[in-house]
Design a protein around this ligand. Structure first.
Ligand SMILES: [Zn+2]
Ligand SMILES: [Zn+2]
Length: 328
């Protein structure tokens, strides 16, 4: 089959658009979607100048999503002195898994000439996820602990590096899954928060509504969220990017797995489902955010007495978990 835009051979067929694209036209289409998303989200503040650039922190895990995000942001802003990129990799202490993906991150950052920082749970919290999973003092999924620690470090270092924005590699499938989960769980408050935290264009966000327990506050964005997961993977392969594909050995998000299966089978039978889920969800989430925004301001936020993160309690969630793990 030939490319719809030229006479080279197609490397992909997107059922939702009907398009067949060759290597070059496919890569261009991914690039275009990411640039459009950056524009539509008003990601680059109009106050950024070459003398006073914005710093964007990229959460670089070494998986295909964050690797492709880093590459595309680099290509987009390579010649633009208004943006400085910093990549941050978090080592959770997962034997084998993170060591290999860390090598991928280092290779990519060196290739692109991007500043790259690495922080570890071991140095920050004196713990490793492999041990946390063994002890499991709160009887939770591994991802529940890991998410608290990861969010803490992302926001802590975003602040430390003077980052104006925090960017993560969530793709269309990730976002449509989250949308479906919020909907099926009937969680309208979470939907409102999702909108203000990462879906709304900058300037239309209610930052106060998303300021949550244990977060130092840095605005977030997901520039890959219009690109389906399969296309992110194909891009990584075609651009020959160093990406580490294996899944985390502790991953246990059973419910998300069910939602993913459901969504992919809907997408197979009704191409375009993921796009329409997001189109409708964003409108509903905006309405929910309007409704919830003001009410959430009631929570009194204080500084965690140990680490200084904002919290509604004496100790933030992260510090409380570290204590529980130490005591186990
Ligand atoms: Zn072509
Ligand atoms: Zn704390």
């Amino acid at each position: 089959m030939d490319c719809d835009k030229c006479d080279r051979e197609a490397v992909m067929h997107a059922a939702y658009s009907g398009l067949h694209l060759c290597d070059e036209h496919f890569r261009r289409s991914v690039d275009k979607r990411v640039r459009r998303r950056i524009r539509e989200d008003d990601l680059l503040s109009s106050s950024a100048t070459p003398d006073d650039p914005e710093t964007w922190l990229i959460g670089l895990s070494g998986g295909k999503d964050s690797v492709v995000l880093t590459k595309l942001l680099h290509d987009t802003f390579e010649e633009d002195p208004r943006v400085e990129l910093v990549a941050l990799t978090i080592h959770e202490g997962i034997e084998g898994y993170r060591d290999e993906s860390l090598a991928a991150c280092e290779e990519l950052a060196a290739d692109l000439g991007i500043r790259h920082e690495v922080v570890t749970y071991e140095e920050e919290f004196d713990l490793r996820m492999d041990d946390v999973v063994e002890k499991d003092p709160e009887n939770m999924a591994a991802c529940a602990y890991c998410g608290v620690f990861r969010r803490d470090l992302l926001s802590k270092y975003a602040e430390e590096f003077g980052a104006d924005k925090l960017l993560t590699g969530h793709n269309l499938d990730d976002e449509a899954e989250t949308a479906l989960m919020n909907f099926l769980e009937g969680d309208v408050a979470q939907t409102a928060k999702h909108f203000d935290a990462s879906l709304a264009p900058f300037g239309e966000r209610d930052d106060e509504a998303t300021r949550s327990d244990q977060d130092h506050f840095v605005p977030r964005a997901k520039p890959l969220r219009d690109v389906p997961e399969k296309e992110v993977a194909l891009y990584a392969r075609l651009a020959d990017l160093p990406a580490h594909i294996t899944e985390c050995p502790h991953s246990s998000e059973a419910y998300r797995g069910e939602i993913q299966d459901l969504m992919l089978s809907l997408e197979d039978n009704h191409p375009g489902t993921r796009h329409s889920i997001m189109a409708g969800y964003e409108q509903l989430a905006a309405l929910a955010a309007d409704e919830y925004g003001a009410g959430e301001g009631d929570r009194e936020l204080v500084e965690c007495e140990r680490c200084g993160a904002s919290t509604t309690r004496d100790l933030c969630r992260k510090c409380a978990l570290v204590d529980a793990i130490e005591a186990a």
